[in-house]
Design a protein around this ligand. Structure first.
Ligand code: CP
Length: 307
């Protein structure tokens, strides 16, 4: 089987079959990653550049690891340490890199649509590693794999995305994916951090009361407050936010069931989530990170077959 697209720009462009194919391929790669020899050198002739115009820990390391596990040649590019600081444009930078015969570009950029722009102008396969407040498709895929592993499937499961929905590319990619795969989706947080028409536009439930949201769900995916993407004051203080919307042990103990706790990272401990929740056995936060390598291997492997 093959993916229906030659790039991974967003979950919006994928079919449910594409998503199932990526998840099942990642599950096979997870088995490989448990072995003592963790390499499947199937992409020996493929050269991939990781083009990061914005900071990253998890995404960047896991893409590089995935490329190495597949035997591809991986090159890392950091905008802050490049000729971008001398005024070089994005297209000039990429065309210079491509002239060195690169097959695939993994790109993170603070501007929404930057990977889509590249896909229109260069012949390489593009993987979006997070663009502004638009999408973070591989994060949604690894989140889906983590839910599937814990609950058996996505179909019919109730997932709430908690917090700064307005500025979160993780939220948008998760909403697209969960809707396509038959899960029920809710967003919860302060009204100032939830887009006004999201219920109609993206077919999600909206809840402003965190206790009610947690009572409804099977899974809570807790998002970071993206202060770096906010240009106005949207809540009074981080302490006030924590008191009203922080996911705490007391809140979870008040529920009649045990829900799964997720967080894409980086965590602001004591703001959107307390340490005792983040580090509890209900939390799959480190499983999400582990799944990131297998998901990225699957995406790279499947797109490489279309080069
Ligand atoms: N979840 C995530 O994208 O983390 P990084 O910003 O560290 O890559």
């Amino acid at each position: 089987m093959q993916l229906s697209t030659k790039h991974l720009l967003g979950i919006k462009d994928l079919t449910p079959s594409d998503i199932s194919l990526i998840l099942s391929t990642a599950t096979q790669f997870k088995e490989v990653l448990q072995r003592s020899v963790k390499k499947v050198p199937s992409l020996r002739d493929v050269t991939i550049v990781n083009l990061f115009y914005e900071n990253s820990t998890r995404t960047r390391i896991s893409f590089e690891l995935a490329e190495k596990r597949l035997g591809a040649d991986a090159i890392n590019f950091s905008a802050s340490a490049s000729s971008v600081s001398k005024g070089e444009t994005l297209l000039d930078t990429v065309n210079n890199i491509l002239s060195m015969k690169v097959d695939m570009v993994v790109m993170r950029h603070s501007a929404s649509g930057a990977p889509h722009f590249l896909a229109k102008h260069i012949p390489a396969a593009i993987i979006n590693a997070g663009d502004g407040i638009n999408e973070h498709p591989t994060q949604a895929l690894l989140d889906a794999l983590s839910i599937q592993e814990r609950l058996g499937s996505l179909e019919g499961k109730k997932v709430v995305l908690v917090g700064d929905i307005m500025h979160s590319r993780v939220a948008l990619s998760n909403i697209y994916l969960l809707n396509k795969m038959g899960a029920q989706v809710m967003v919860a947080g302060p009204p100032t951090l939830i887009p006004k028409y999201i219920a109609e536009a993206l077919h999600v439930k909206v809840e402003y009361n965190i206790k009610k949201a947690l009572e409804w769900c099977d899974v809570a995916n807790v998002l970071r407050i993206q202060l770096e993407r906010q240009n106005q004051v949207l809540f009074s203080s981080l302490r006030e936010y924590n008191l009203a919307y922080g996911v705490t042990r007391k809140l979870l103990d008040g529920l009649k069931k045990e829900i799964v706790i997720m967080h894409p990272g980086p965590i602001n401990r004591g703001v959107e989530i307390t340490s005792d929740v983040a580090d509890s056995k209900q939390s799959v936060i480190l499983n999400q990170v582990e799944n990131g390598v297998a998901i990225r291997m699957a995406v790279i492997y499947l797109l490489a077959s279309k080069i």
